[in-house]
Write a protein that binds this ligand. Sequence first.
Ligand code: 13P
Ligand code: SF4
Length: 329
Amino acid sequence: MESSYRQIIEKCGFVDQPVKAGIDYKTEIDRLKRQKNAVILGHYYLSPELQDLSDFLGDSLALAQQAEATTADIILFAGVHFMAETAKILNPAKKVLVPDMLAGCSLADSATGVEFERFIHQHPGHVVISYINCSAEVKALSDVIVTSSNARRIVESYPKEQKIIFAPDRNLGNYLNSVTGRKMVLWDGACMVHEKYSLEKILDLKQEHPDSELISHPECERPVLLVSDYIGSTTALLNYVSISNAGKFIVATESGILHQMKGKCPDKIFLPAPSIDATCGCNDCSFMKLNTMKKIYLALLYEQPEIIMDEVLMIKAKKPIQRMLELSK
Ligand code: 13P
Ligand code: SF4
């Protein structure tokens, strides 16, 4: 990488270069994709315009599966850093680009490899199950990776008496303990979007809309899950709204998914679940929203920022991801 670009990326997360006045980003991105045989993988939490731009849109599991299957030479991952890392681990020979290197994740940031290794040593004899929202270092220390779509199935694939560590999301871990009857030891991490919902305001909203159903992602805190009508991963929530008889939903997950829900069910009403602070915009994952049209264009043009990883780390982190993919077939 040119050192001047490296400095820019270190400072602001992407190659912040001037672009032509009046540029049509969509046309330019399409041209660069064709020219470079690149594919854009996007998560449901992106802004609506970037969801529509993505060649493949999905939840964490579908995106990992797609990253494994793609024949493109370049993967541009419009999501957050751990997702792009997962794509790189599954495709070490491919170039994996991100629109913004600073698009992290509060859950992934809650556990460093060093701290997590210490935690594992404090709990000998435990199988280590980690949510995909974690760093490659944490993945490399894990026996198997899960996403919210397959976590229950994978936890239940272990005998009841098996001691298990679950990391890094304590809310998903608590939920899994409650539905599987396990007593997994939990790492104390949380998602900054899903832990901010206000139970009180949700109950008020439910009272105002008695015909609505509350649907929640299992990253939400237990009190919210306890009053939910349906709990599921992003994809499960999306499928649920079309099969449910309800015409109105209070949605307790990142607001990006509302774009897909409205597209699938234009006659139904979707209300974002209220957060503790009405002014914080907490329903938006600020990391996901670092992805923009301009940054995607610049990333494809300069082929930067690129995910570069240590080869030994990639080999170690690949095993538990592949285990998950095999268990999800
Ligand atoms: P899923 O994509 O598995 O629903 O997870 C949600 C999430 O928080 C992604 O960061
Ligand atoms: Fe991480 Fe939460 Fe953002 Fe998902 S929504 S990327 S878990 S901070």
